[in-house]
Design a binder for this molecule. Structure first.
Ligand code: DHK
Length: 152
């Protein structure tokens, strides 16, 4: 069975479409899920969103057991969550950290991601289009065989 790509979204991203549309655009999370499934082609995709840190940790554990790769936008937890960082450290496959906005052009509180040090790659500033871009890159990283991860 082909291992799925986990697309995990953090707090407040369930409000996409109406949330600060000047920064995050007008696409909803449902729109983004359709874009991710299109970019994944035949590879299965698990799309999840939670405002709860523990739930995101649990989904990363699920991906450790069943997933091939993780595309994650931890949103506001990017800069604070050591539990999410610790969970990602245990994931054996490629990880793409994703932000809709370019966090380096935002306020100082958004500048220092805790996650980038364990990510295979970081994509930011492409708006909602960053999601299918990340999924397509993950499909290539996973290729047909074993995940290729410089993290090893
Ligand atoms: C989303 C958020 O919710 C913010 O807390 C981050 C990120 C930026 C994004 O650009 O996707 O800082």
């Amino acid at each position: 069975m082909t291992k799925p790509i986990y697309v995990i979204n953090g707090p407040n991203l369930n409000r996409l479409g109406t949330r600060e549309t000047g920064i995050y655009g007008t696409k909803t999370l449902a729109d983004i899920e359709v874009m991710c499934r299109g970019a994944a082609g035949s590879r299965p995709v698990e799309c999840r969103q939670s405002n709860a840190e523990h739930q995101i940790v649990d989904w990363i554990h699920e991906a450790i057991d069943q997933g091939g790769g993780i595309v994650i936008n931890p949103a506001g937890l990017t800069f604070r969550s050591i539990p999410i960082l610790d969970a990602l450290k245990m994931f054996p496959g490629p990880i793409i950290e994703l932000h809709i906005s370019n966090i380096h052009r935002r306020e100082e509180i958004y500048h220092h991601s805790l996650m980038s040090k364990v990510a295979t790659a970081v994509i930011m500033g492409l708006g909602p289009d960053g999601y299918p871009t990340a999924v397509a890159a993950m499909v290539r990283l996973l290729g047909a065989g074993e995940p290729v991860s410089p993290r090893k």
